[in-house]
Design a protein around this ligand. Sequence first.
Ligand code: NAI
Length: 472
Amino acid sequence: MVTTAEGMEFDLVVIGGGPGGYATALYGAAAGLSVAVVEKDKMGGTCLHRGCIPAKEFLETASVYRTVAGSNEFGILADQPTVDFSVSQARKQKIVDQLHKGLVGLMKGRKITSFAGTGTLHPGHRVTIAGADDETTEISGTQVVLASGSVPRTIPGFDADGRIVLTSDEVLDLETLPASVAVIGGGAIGCEFASMLSDLGSEVTVLEALPGLLTGCDADVVSVVARSFRKRGIAVHTGVQVTGHEPSGSGTTVSFGEGQTVTVDAVILSVGRRPLTEGLLAEGTGVEIDPRGFVTVDPYQRTTAEGVWAVGDVVNTPQLAHVGFAEGIVVVKSILGEPVVPVDYGKVPWAIYCQPEVAFAGMTEAAALEAGFEVLVQKDPFGGNSRARIIGETEGLVKVVAEKLPDGKAGRILGVHLAGPWVTEQLGAGYLAVNWEATPDEVAQFVQPHPTLSETFGETVLALTGRGLHIG
Ligand code: NAI
């Protein structure tokens, strides 16, 4: 039965309550729009429940383990730590639940109406919501935003069973850690899980089809991660095709490359995420889906149907929560007719939380050269940084790529790439430099506090002016 309740017409109806959807809703409500959000699971989406937040919490668990395991160097004499992952799991869940409660409260505070169920867009901006009780409610919005997100991809022969073959969804719910794992895919998710599981004692093998880990990151940054993985005993095979697996006993034997195999307790699939559009659109909405399954949008997030917009992982832009936030803001400003700048996807910040961490914004050196720039490049390792020595984490570097002007001096900063301690928290200055198209001369005037890790960025930029303090 379809119920069309009174007062069920909104300025804005958002389908999907993940970062893209809830940011659109919160920003829209803050601007005075009447807003409804339809969510079939829990408000917060993949990021809060099956992605960024739980994964980073476990990576922090791994960091605590490393700190305790290395404490003797500081004169803090502790026994070799052991892991009770059920406690880690409970802590993670507590944090997720607290954030979920906070988000729900925030939405209520903004008078956003939440509907539980699967939302489907019909012609005329009508949205039906199929709830758990077989009841269907119908609402409508002057504007509708599609924000249904993505799900993990799988590969043929590897059906996720939650026991031997796991996607990120299942890994984040583990109560005990597998003694050995094969991680298929060496992108952001693969490297984060490989790092975390290795630090917590699992034997890890990474199998990546492309020639290197973390495709899209600068080659010097990737080298830092690859070197660290090697030192920590993570086996990395790149340029290999995975051909199948044969379960045996409590584990399975994975075949890859030219007849190579590895026998493990579990396989983790981290081969990308695909947009989730099943059941999202009824016939005749006019919303186009591209051949890869993404909703087609223009730079302002408009779909091919008037008054229908799309944000987040369901569109073919970087699958990052903060990109979803930014896209939501673009949508609301566009609806309100305010001046708006589309998201510049080539300059968004990236933060990958493996050990050592990776963070960057803008072009890699290779991409800048490929785009036809002449470049000046400066690298500064964290090894020379006093704070890095103090905290005992000297792995990594800062690399700045600047345009080379005809007079040989450095022009605009095109890219800032970091690998090392807390770099996900250090990217801010580099991000601003890239997005303001600042030159090293301009950025070098800013004073970095001493002793901090951020001095390495300051030093790198100073060296690009032609005169460094400690380097160049
Ligand atoms: P990804 O696309 O970044 O990496 C997947 C990797 O799997 C690629 O390197 C690909 O070559 C490889 N691959 C694909 N099929 C394969 C096969 N059959 N055998 C071996 N290798 C294969 O996707 P990932 O890591 O799953 O992440 C999904 C999305 O979530 C990405 O857009 C990622 O950027 C984002 N994400 C971002 C994070 C962050 O910024 N901290 C953390 C986690 C995810």
